[in-house]
Design a protein around this ligand. Structure first.
Ligand code: ADP
Ligand code: MG
Ligand code: MG
Length: 247
């Protein structure tokens, strides 16, 4: 599904990703762990096409399509979803409006009929319930005045509605208490599907008790320096990231 070969990328003339390779197949859950500043968020931004994050070398394909050739919105509409480490507030645009526009645009791009307003509303309410957000959140400005946990749950709600092929979750667990963490994990687990893949970026092992990954990778200095199964996350937790730097 996703094939990254020797990806190098820079931000403001500083090279951050230094030859990163990763293969993700449909149905798989990959966790990416690593010390602060190792380039985890940069990877998510480069894949999603955020302005200012420039790939300088290497290839990235999503279902065989050259991802780096596409505009950010085309990448999203092709089925790539990024849940932000720091979700953005969009005051003045209601969550509902935002979601409906996103879902309509995505469906249109994929050659599907738009959902009628009633069907969409029903679906949106269902997803709110699934992430334990009151329906009033649909009427509020996108993330406007939401607490940290509410923003993260809102990201998962968006993900559930958009039904992406590849979901990248960037430290969705940071700042969550244990109950919110459980809600987020349940949401993600409900979306697991043989046709869908996840890249879960996290600093801590705790989330991976709830969302059990097939593979764990350690990103350090802009490269994946170690890969393993879910037990690698426990080993990291126990030995710390300094252990990795000595590898
Ligand atoms: P992580 O998510 O693993 O903590 P990041 O990808 O956020 O790491 O950051 C990797 C490195 O890139 C850091 O040194 C960070 O300061 C730098 N960086 C990221 N974004 C920018 C930016 N917009 N401008 C300048 N430096 C950046
Ligand atoms: Mg960080
Ligand atoms: Mg980060």
């Amino acid at each position: 599904m996703l094939q990254i070969n020797n990806l190098r990328a820079k931000v403001e003339d500083k090279e951050i990703l230094k030859g990163l390779s990763l293969q993700v197949k449909p149905g798989e859950v990959h966790a990416i762990m690593g010390p602060n500043g190792s380039g985890k968020s940069t990877l998510g931004y480069v894949l999603s096409g955020r302005e200012g994050y420039e790939a300088t070398e290497g290839e990235v394909t999503l279902e065989g399509k050259d991802l780096l050739e596409l505009e950010a919105d085309e990448r999203a509409k092709s089925g790539l979803f990024l849940a932000f480490q720091y979700p953005v507030e969009i005051p003045g645009v209601s969550n509902m409006e935002f979601l409906k526009t996103s879902v309509d645009a995505t469906r249109q791009f994929q050659g599907k009929e738009p959902l009628d307003a009633v069907t969409f509303m029903k679906l949106a309410r269902e997803k709110c319930q699934a992430v334990n957000l009151d329906q009033n959140f649909l009427k509020r400005g996108v993330n406007e005045g939401f607490s940290g946990g509410e923003k993260k749950r809102n990201e998962i709600m968006q993900m559930m509605l958009l039904e992406p092929k590849l979901c990248i979750l960037d430290e969705t667990d940071s700042g969550l208490d244990i109950d919110a963490l459980q809600v987020v994990a349940d949401g993600v687990n409900a979306c697991r599907d043989p046709e869908r893949a996840f890249i879960i970026v996290t600093h801590y092992q705790r989330l991976l008790d709830y969302i059990v990954p097939d593979y764990v990778h350690v990103l350090s200095g802009g490269k994946i320096i170690k890969s393993g199964g879910k037990e690698l996350a426990l080993e990291l937790e126990e030995k710390g990231y300094s252990w990795i730097d000595q590898l």
